[in-house]
Design a protein around this ligand. Structure first.
Ligand SMILES: NC(=O)c1ccc[n+]([C@@H]2O[C@H](COP(=O)([O-])OP(=O)(O)OC[C@H]3O[C@@H](n4cnc5c(N)ncnc54)[C@H](OP(=O)(O)O)[C@@H]3O)[C@@H](O)[C@H]2O)c1
Length: 253
């Protein structure tokens, strides 16, 4: 199958293109770097010619409320219109577990708008909601840092390796459209502060992590299970401690 990966140069997209290739598919990476822009529509019609499946793993360059909403709405509308013209049989998009529980955030309102456009469109679809990537944990620490302290909630998180996200998305992309949501997550749950603490200890980062039930996560108040998937989610195999060890080894290689 010809499978076009929109956002194919990104963290998940690059891994996904490689995985689809090893499964024997013709996987094409499309993004502004290769002349395909979902916001303006440039290069889209040409890229989608002959495609059976389109996977959208883009992310918005700005997470400011209006900008991120414009990105996901305009991109998704353009994509779905061009997919219809190209007779694409399956639209797959990557979203986030708990999106519907985090609508106080402009970013998640935009992801929800993306999901709604897909659900209301005419292309058979699958939405893959993933938990937070291991690669994103350092960003959580940085965002929540004040001086030398990192204040984080005790809510649970079930993060996963970007490689496992890409495997989950690949499996869905080569299957039949589910016309619904598939959740993917990591193999273990952590209190959020504990995950970040382990990450900082491993990188010998001296910041102190403080568990604070009232601390916010990107401005959001979390309840215990806001970030975790339901029973029945497909779980990746990679454990955080093993991923940290492997990342440290490759950094020193
Ligand atoms: N971070 C997390 O923990 C997490 C958890 C669950 C789900 N997600 C979701 O995962 C998705 C992918 O995230 P990621 O970290 O892999 O993203 P990323 O590494 O930031 O990559 C973003 C991709 O989007 C492309 N892009 C940007 N503007 C574009 C445009 N106008 N037209 C076409 N492509 C465009 C970029 O292309 P260029 O390289 O050419 O600029 C790049 O390939 C996001 O939708 C996010 O919501 C994230």
């Amino acid at each position: 199958m010809k499978i076009v990966v929109i956002g194919g140069s990104g963290l998940i997209g690059s891994r996904l293109v490689a995985k689809l290739g090893t499964l024997g598919h013709e996987a094409i990476a499309a993004s502004p770097k290769s002349g395909v822009d979902t916001l303006t529509g440039a290069g889209l019609a040409e890229a989608l010619k002959g495609a059976s499946v389109v996977v959208d793993v883009t992310n918005a360059p700005s997470w400011e409320d209006a900008a991120v909403m414009n990105f996901f709405e305009t991109s998704t509308r353009n994509l779905l219109a061009q997919e219809k013209a190209a007779d694409v049989k399956h639209h797959v998009a990557l979203s986030v577990v708990g999106t519907d529980r985090m609508l106080a955030s402009g970013y998640f309102r935009a992801k929800m708008a993306q999901e709604k456009l897909i659900e209301g469109g005419s292309i058979p679809y699958s939405i893959v909601r993933a938990t937070q990537f291991f690669e994103f944990v350092k960003g959580i620490a940085d965002f929540s840092t004040d001086g030398d302290k990192v204040r984080l909630p005790v809510a649970l998180i079930q993060p996963m390796a970007a490689d496992d996200v890409a495997s989950g998305v690949a499996e869905v992309a080569v299957g039949a459209p589910v016309n619904g949501i598939v959740e993917v997550g990591g193999p273990e749950q952590f209190p959020l502060y504990e995950l970040v603490r382990q990450s900082l200890v491993a990188s010998k980062d001296p910041r102190e992590v403080i568990a604070d039930p009232h601390a916010r996560y990107y401005g959001l108040e979390l309840s215990e299970r806001t970030l975790v998937p339901d029973d029945g989610a497909r779980l990746g195999e990679t454990r955080f401690a093993d991923w940290i060890k492997k990342s440290a080894l490759s950094a020193h290689a």
